[in-house]
Write a protein that binds this ligand. Structure first.
Ligand SMILES: [Zn+2]
Length: 256
């Protein structure tokens, strides 16, 4: 996902992974903690499990972007901030093909990671699979992930901490990856849609079309959130629709 980079602070954590510099802004920990503490009596082990899953998953997502940016000749750096992560590359190839592959690499790195976890679960001798039944089998961990009527279920491990971590990792890497592919700014799918809309069109027409697609899709997702009574989904997609609308207005008003 792409938001603007927050300015450096004294509380920033710096490290390198696979030679790529990473900066973690203090708000990253704060927001992750707030999300984990949403339940009134969340046990510390659950909070820790959620935070570990968030850090690992967002880092893998951004590394996906960064590896492809490096492939296209850039020297990327990663910033984890209050609204997620950024893989920043000022010197990357600007071709549509490069930009599309860079955008897709984030969500697909998460899908690959989820597949590797699934293989690891299967290698331990635990059953795992996709089911269309609405009621999970009692042999499976009840926290399975449901997406578009399909359940991802795994046989429960004796340790509740392992089940909790698996649930969080599958949830973040699969569900957030799918959401990130929607053609909505500033999600990765929004940037893919922009590059596709720019094919065969001048930049102004292409941008306006991609912003219209973004507004339409974001409103549709906000309505989905409304029907499932999820305030978080309504607010997030409502904000995306609003910001795309404001950008569209600015494009319309400009003479480019
Ligand atoms: Zn991304």
């Amino acid at each position: 996902m792409i938001f603007s980079e927050p300015p450096p602070t004294q509380g920033d954590l710096h490290f390198r992974i696979f030679g790529i510099p990473v900066r973690v802004h203090p708000f990253f920990w704060l927001v992750s903690l707030i999300i984990a503490l949403q339940g009134s009596s969340t046990p510390p082990a659950v909070v820790l499990s959620w935070n570990v899953a968030v850090v690992v998953s967002i880092l893998i997502h951004e590394l996906g972007h960064a590896f492809v940016q490096r492939h296209y000749g850039g020297q990327p750096r990663i910033v984890l901030h209050g609204m997620g992560g950024l893989a920043i590359c000022g010197d990357c190839e600007r071709s549509s093909r490069a930009q599309i592959l860079i955008s897709l690499a984030g969500p697909f790195a998460g899908f690959l990671f989820a597949a590797l976890i699934a293989i690891a679960v299967a290698l331990t001798g635990h059953q795992l699979g996709l089911f269309t039944a609405t009621e999970p089998d009692i042999a499976f961990d009840p926290r399975g992930l449901r997406l578009l009527g399909v359940w991802l279920l795994w046989e429960a491990f004796p340790s509740p901490q392992v089940n909790e971590l698996l649930s969080n990792l599958f949830f973040i890497n699969i569900l957030w990856g799918v959401i990130n592919l929607l053609p909505i700014y500033p999600l990765d799918g929004g940037h893919v849609a922009r590059e596709l809309c720019l094919f065969g069109a001048d930049s102004r027409t292409g941008m306006i079309l991609s912003l219209r697609i973004s507004i339409f899709t974001a409103i549709a997702m906000a309505l989905v959130g409304l029907s499932s009574q999820s305030l978080f989904v309504v607010l997030m997609f409502g904000y995306f629709a609003y910001s795309s609308y404001k950008t569209l207005e600015a494009y319309r008003a400009s003479l480019w």
